[in-house]
Design a protein around this ligand. Structure first.
Ligand code: ZN
Length: 487
């Protein structure tokens, strides 16, 4: 589910999202009135901006707080600017389909900082100034994420520069408030030659990990494409069953309800798997002091196949991934280096052996004129780090060949403490859980030279893990295991 527009791309901020509950009917009515008004004027402003009309937000002041129409204008401008950028990319044929004109469908409102005030009175209370001398009051649900920031929110006068502009919105029938809070970057502990380059692919998030003598390619299989195709099929099935009915009939309503149910379930699953993979990556960076390196705007350049469907299939999880990675790395004090758009060009087509642009046969196979055959998802990891001059490729074998073995790691469960050794040995399934990691040993290792120290490192191992099946394991624990196996 796309969130309302938010300054979350600014890496200084993290968004704290909390459920809020109106204290009385009057507050609910007032806020609903604000949300509907905000939606109407934002769409109206978008229409006028697209037509190239000039206007002043003060025309739309209504009887609301002065900041309301100003914020609506800001959002309208943001959306129209983004739309124009996409049109530009479309004209350059960098995206396969013409972007649709922006509209705001969701009920939300961006608020000015001076419109909100918090108070602690047994519970955390929120007051939103909607109209002159008219306020809506809410009880704020204090989540674990919010807790550390309560003192800051109670003294907003003093800490105004610490927060961004909050957004109030509906998710289902509940109201939420999202507050961007400036996170002070913690001390970054960074080992000079340690790095993790990241390549996002439709079914895996791939990493090249280099830290001291440890070097390995790690593939975290997310199978998000498989997941998205499964849900697309469910949606097609529903359309077939109910699609012909009028949207206002019983069947039409049922279709809408089911579509939104499966839609949010899919989005939740994508977020869960992505978050887990990212926490594993952050864990690896933490344990090794590595900096992270990622590409920019990957989904716009590298979509296998063409057409609307494949564009939609791949764009949403990538945006989720990118936003989450940026936020989490800031939160955890891990340095993130982002390639520019130019540096991102052809990262998965550049031949790692000779540097020519090779022909990509499919997402896992490319062939170069020099005779080198490579997996573009894997070579991209090296090219990404190379583009930022973090390493040099010294030797790349003509073809990557492996000896493959699987390791199964047994992790004792809590109930093992109450069992006798014999019992546990007889019935391991009950007392242990298992994760399966594939280790592929390269027959001819890849040799690289690290830019900073000049040392040469040989990469001999590739580790593969299906992260859908390790969700029960703490990501930091998985990171520890992967690091151990990479040695
Ligand atoms: Zn080549």
């Amino acid at each position: 589910m796309p969130e309302p527009p938010h300054p979350q791309n600014d890496r200084q901020y993290t968004a704290v999202v909390v459920p809020i509950e109106p204290l009385d009917d009057e507050s609910l009515e007032l806020i609903d009135e604000l949300l509907v008004y905000f939606n109407t004027i934002t769409n109206e402003m978008i229409r006028r901006l697209l037509k190239g009309e000039k206007f002043n937000y003060k025309e739309y002041k209504g009887d609301f707080h002065t900041k309301v129409s100003q914020r609506a204008e800001k959002i309208a401008i943001e959306l129209v600017t983004a739309y124009k950028k996409l049109c530009g990319l479309f004209r350059k044929r960098l995206i396969p389909c013409k972007p649709s004109e922006p509209t705001v469908n969701k009920l939300f409102a961006r608020l000015a900082k001076e419109q909100i005030k918090f108070r602690l009175n047994n519970e955390l209370l929120l007051r939103i100034s909607v109209k002159p001398r008219k306020f809506a009051y809410f009880k704020v649900h204090v989540t674990k994420q919010l807790k550390p920031f309560i003192p800051l929110l109670l003294d907003l006068e003093k800490n105004r520069s610490m927060i961004g502009e909050p957004t109030i919105f509906y998710r289902g029938k509940r109201l939420f408030l999202s507050i961007p809070i400036r996170v002070l970057k913690g001390p970054v502990v960074e080992a000079p030659d340690a790095l993790i380059s990241i390549d996002y692919n439709e079914n895996s998030i791939d990493l090249l990990l280099i830290a001291g003598n440890t070097a390995a390619i790690i593939r975290l299989f997310t199978y998000l494409k498989v997941l998205r195709e499964k849900y697309a099929e469910i949606r097609r099935g529903l359309q077939k069953k109910y699609g012909k009915s009028n949207p206002n009939t019983k069947h039409g309503r049922k279709l809408r309800r089911l579509l939104s149910k499966y839609g949010s379930r899919e989005a939740m699953r994508i977020k869960e798997i992505t978050r887990y993979a990212i926490h594993t990556i952050i864990g690896l960076a933490w344990l090794t002091g590595a900096k992270l390196v990622r590409e920019s705007l990957k989904h716009l350049k590298d979509i296998p196949g063409k057409g609307l469907l494949s564009y939609r299939l791949s764009s949403l999880p990538y945006t989720t991934f990118r936003n989450m990675l940026d936020t989490k790395s800031t939160q955890h004090g891990v340095r993130l280096i982002v390639l520019s758009e130019d540096e991102t060009m052809n990262t998965s087509r550049e031949c790692p052996k000779c540097g020519r642009i090779a022909t990509r046969i499919n997402s896992e196979y490319a062939k170069c004129k020099c005779g080198c055959e490579f997996n573009p998802q894997i070579s991209a990891l090296f090219i990404i780090a190379k583009r930022k001059s973090l390493l040099r490729i010294i030797k790349w074998p003509k073809k990557l060949e492996y000896n493959e073995k699987q390791v199964i790691i047994r992790i004792p469960m809590k109930r093992l403490a109450n069992a006798s050794i014999e019992e546990a040995t007889k019935n391991p399934i009950k007392y242990y859980r298992f994760i399966r990691i594939t280790i592929k040993e390269l027959k001819n290792p890849i040799t690289i030279q690290l830019a900073q120290s000049g040392t040469q490192v040989r990469i001999k191992k590739m580790l593969e893990v299906d992260v859908r099946k390790t969700l029960w394991l703490a990501p930091l624990r998985l990171a520890t295991i992967l690091l151990e196996l990479a040695k």
